[in-house]
Design a protein around this ligand. Structure first.
Ligand code: ARG
Length: 393
C-alpha cells in the first residue's frame, strides 16, 4: 500500500503529562458514588503503577463506571437520562485490525438488537502513555454513506466526500454503480499495522426507507437512513487515561435525520424537493416552505422508523426526559453540564421543555468524550508515529 509523502509530525500525546491528579479524582469519585470501601488502598496501587509505567490499568468496573460517567457529563447529548444503561464492552485486549474488525461487527449486532436499539460502547486498548493511540478508526461513524464527487455535484452524503476519497486512495474498490446510499467501508489502523480498508458487514446494517403516512409521493423520493448512529472518532478520557478507539452509540432523535441530515444544504439538501412535492411557492420565504418541508420530513422519519420497529426518539418526550435527568442530577448533588444550543434543535424548537431551561454548567469535566480530527490521511500513520516516538522524537 502506498501513501502520499507526508511531513512527519511529533506524536499527538504529551509524554510528560502526569495522570496522577486526574486518576485520584476519578478513583475517589467512583468509590464515593458506589459507596465502596478502602479507596486509599486502590489509590496507592494506582500511584505506584503510574510511577513505574506512566499509566495504570483500570479494572473492568472502573472502566464501565468511567464510560457511563463520560456519557452523563456529555454537555451536548440530550439522551443522557439513559446513561446508567450503557452496555460497556471491555475489549482492551484486542489490538489487531482483524480483532477490531470482528469486534466492531459484534458491536453492531449487540446494539441493533432487532431494531430495539441498545446503547453500547466498545472500548479497545488505552493509548500508550508515550507513543499515543494503539488503534484508530478513521470514520466519524461506523455507518455512513459515501459522498461521490461528480462533475458539479456530490452524489450521496457531501459530508463524507473526504472519507470516501481517503478510502479510494487506500485502495478500496468502490461499487460498480455509485448511488446516494452506498455504505462507506471502515478504515482501521493500529500502532503496528498500516491503515486498512475493511468492508462493513452489510447484513448487520439496518436501514429504513422513508415514507410519509399521508403523502404517497414521499416514498418515491427514494430517501432512507440507517438505524444506528455509532460515533467512532471521539477519544474517551477516564481518570487520566485516553481511549482513542472506543466507538459508542445511542439511538436516533428524529431531528438529527429529519432536520439536519436530510435538510442541511451541505448534506442531502431535500427541502426544495419536498417543497415542490407539496406544491409550495418557494419564491416566497413568507410561505415558510422550508419549515413546512422540514416538518414533513421529520414526520416521515418518525413514521418510517416506528413502522419498521426501529427505536427512535421524538423531540418533545425526549426534552421532558432530559429535564427529569437534570432534576435527578441536581438531587444527586452533581453539576448539570449542558450546551443549550445542542440540546434544543427541533423544527418545533420553542415548544421544547429544555428551551426554557438555560442554567447549565458549561465546563467539560472528565470522564468525557473529546472530539478528534477527521480523516488523518495527511498525518503520519500510527505506526510511523509509534516508531518516531520510540526513537525519542
Ligand atoms: N447527529 C449524528 C447523525 O445524524 C449522530 C450523533 C449521535 N446521535 C445519537 N442519537 N446518539 O448521524
Amino acid at each position: 500500500m502506498r501513501y502520499p509523502a507526508r511531513h512527519i509530525n511529533p506524536p499527538s500525546v504529551d509524554p510528560t503529562e502526569d495522570p496522577s491528579t486526574e486518576a485520584i479524582e476519578f478513583i475517589s469519585a467512583y468509590y464515593k458514588e458506589r459507596k465502596l470501601s478502602d479507596v486509599a488502598n486502590r489509590i496507592a496501587g494506582v500511584l505506584d503503577e503510574i510511577a513505574t509505567t506512566g499509566t495504570y490499568w483500570q479494572t473492568s468496573a472502573e472502566l464501565a463506571y468511567g464510560a457511563r460517567a463520560a456519557w452523563r457529563q456529555s454537555a451536548r447529548c440530550i439522551g443522557r437520562a439513559r446513561w446508567s444503561g450503557l452496555q460497556v464492552r471491555d475489549r482492551r485486549a484486542v489490538t489487531t485490525i482483524n480483532g477490531i474488525d470482528s469486534e466492531l461487527a459484534e458491536h453492531l449486532r449487540v446494539a441493533d438488537n432487532g431494531g430495539r436499539i441498545r446503547s453500547v460502547i466498545t472500548v479497545f486498548a488505552p493509548d500508550h502513555p508515550q507513543t499515543g493511540p494503539r488503534a484508530r478508526i478513521w470514520n466519524d461513524q461506523l455507518i455512513r454513506y459515501c459522498g461521490w464527487q461528480l462533475d458539479d455535484e456530490v452524489l450521496g452524503d457531501p459530508a463524507q466526500q473526504g472519507m470516501t476519497e481517503a478510502a479510494l486512495q487506500l485502495g478500496w474498490k468502490p461499487p460498480d454503480v455509485a448511488s446516494r446510499f452506498d455504505l462507506l467501508p471502515w478504515v482501521i489502523e493500529t500502532a503496528t499495522e498500516d491503515p486498512t480498508v475493511v468492508d462493513v458487514p452489510r447484513h448487520l446494517v439496518r436501514e429504513v426507507a422513508l415514507a410519509h403516512p399521508d403523502h404517497a409521493w414521499f416514498a418515491d423520493l427514494g430517501l432512507q437512513w440507517h438505524a444506528l448512529p455509532v460515533i467512532a472518532n471521539m477519544r474517551l478520557r477516564i481518570g487520566g487515561v485516553n481511549y482513542s478507539c472506543a466507538p459508542f452509540n445511542g439511538h436516533y432523535l428524529a431531528d438529527e435525520i429529519g432536520t439536519r441530515n436530510m435538510c442541511d444544504v451541505g448534506r442531502y439538501n431535500q427541502l426544495r424537493t419536498v417543497a415542490a412535492g407539496l406544491g409550495l411557492n418557494t419564491e416566497n420565504e413568507a410561505s415558510l416552505w422550508r419549515e413546512h418541508a422540514a416538518l414533513l420530513i421529520n414526520q416521515a422519519v418518525l413514521h418510517s422508523f416506528r413502522d419498521a420497529g426501529v427505536r427512535i426518539s421524538e423531540p418533545h418526550r425526549e426534552s421532558e426526559l432530559f429535564m427529569r435527568f437534570c432534576a435527578h442530577e441536581e438531587q444527586a448533588g452533581r453539576p448539570v453540564y449542558g450546551d443549550w444550543s445542542w440540546l434544543n434543535g427541533s423544527v418545533g424548537w420553542a415548544a421544547l421543555h429544555a428551551v426554557h431551561h438555560r442554567y447549565y454548567d458549561t465546563r467539560m469535566p472528565n470522564p468525557n468524550f473529546w472530539p478528534r480530527a477527521r480523516t488523518p490521511l495527511s498525518e503520519p500513520t500510527l505506526r510511523e508515529q509509534n516508531a518516531a516516538a520510540l526513537q525519542g522524537g
